[in-house]
Design a protein around this ligand. Structure first.
Ligand code: SF4
Length: 344
């Protein structure tokens, strides 16, 4: 079908009501920016999933970074959006206001250059992300090791998506999934094929341009309305069955899988990536950061699992705005609350 017909199909759909999850934060924002979310039939509800790495990071991780920032001889470097995420007591920008040493980077490589220049300071890099960014972090760890930069450490909160989706897919309130296209470029389509087999629900890998989104979403609506499980790759130009072997091999060399805490989902077995083997001394204590204190009134846990739409949180747009975020989902440009506030 052509794009106009696909758009008409999605806007006039009058089949059984469907609750579909777009797992990836970039999908959430692309669906808003393209206007596709706004034209959907009232019988189609899109739920945003846990695919925003900053949003699913537990407070214990922020607290650990804050404690490094406040320790003599250390400096914390992170992506800008992580600075505003509330910890149990302070955010990183709050720590900086109190004299903590915190800075942000646009590209994590800047951290390597800073550490190489200033050997008197130990630089702690906040490595947050999913399979999409894990190869970049793996490459940096390897370079720090190879270039003998001994004053750098990585605090990782790297997570893998299929394990989280496996839990969500068992949930009866979700009828199908728009699978994360960028993640699938790295992992390949196999994990999502497997999820479709085990859950019996439709799983569709989609791209990010309006034509690709229309294709993937129409496929998902069609199959979910027929109550038909299965797997479809609607992003075949870049997603292959085997993924990116070079990136996967680098990730396997540097990281090993371990349990990780996801905001809203709790501890998920084998869903974290931790620096291992001869590189392990470069880790800043990333394992066992389990405490996750939700700010008072914040419903991020429900939003991230698709049990609540952002606008239904009592804090949304009142106590919680992008300028004064209460929870992590209002901080990141990929957070469902922030996207809904700005684009909804
Ligand atoms: Fe949390 Fe704010 Fe979103 Fe409510 S609107 S769930 S407080 S981030």
């Amino acid at each position: 079908m052509r794009e106009k017909e696909l758009a008409r199909f999605l806007s006039t759909y009058d089949g059984p009501p469907l609750r579909l999850m777009e797992v990836c934060g970039t999908h959430t924002s692309s669906l808003y920016r393209s206007g596709i979310r706004q034209i959907l039939s009232p019988n189609i509800t899109l739920l945003s999933g846990p695919g925003c790495p900053v949003c699913v990071t537990p407070t214990a991780y922020i607290d650990k970074l804050v404690s490094y920032a406040m320790t003599e001889g250390y400096k914390v470097l992170a992506f800008g959006d992580l600075l505003a995420v509330p910890g149990s007591r302070l955010s990183l920008s709050g720590a900086r206001d109190r004299g903590g040493r915190v800075d942000f980077f646009y590209n994590p490589e800047e951290g390597l250059a800073m550490a190489a220049k200033d050997r008197q300071t130990t630089y702690v890099l906040a490595a947050v992300g999913f399979e999409t960014t894990a190869p970049v972090w793996a490459d940096l760890v390897k370079r720090a090791y190879d270039e003998n930069i001994g004053n750098i450490r990585f605090l990782t909160a790297l997570k893998t998506m299929p394990e989280a989706m496996d839990i969500l897919a068992r949930d009866l309130h979700i009828d199908g999934f728009l699978c994360p296209g960028h993640v699938a470029v790295i992992t390949g389509s196999r994990p999502f094929f497997h999820l479709a087999e085990t859950s019996g629900k439709p799983m569709v890998i989609g791209g990010f341009t309006p034509p690709l989104l229309l294709r993937a979403l129409s496929r998902l609506v069609l199959e979910a309305s027929r109550k038909k499980g299965g797997f479809w790759n609607e992003y075949p130009s870049v997603v292959r069955e085997e993924g990116n072997p070079k990136a996967l091999s680098l990730m396997h060399e540097i990281f090993e899988a371990g349990d990780a805490v996801w905001r809203g989902l709790g501890t998920i077995r084998g869903s974290g990536l931790y620096i291992s083997g001869k590189y392990e001394f470069l880790d800043a204590g990333s394992r066992g950061l389990t405490e996750d204190v939700m700010p008072k009134g914040c419903c991020c846990a429900s939003v991230l699992t698709g049990r609540m739409l952002p606008q239904n949180c009592p804090c949304f747009g009142k106590a919680c705005t992008p300028d004064h975020p209460v929870g992590a989902c209002m901080v990141s440009g990929e957070g469902a609350c922030s996207i809904t506030y700005r684009g909804g």
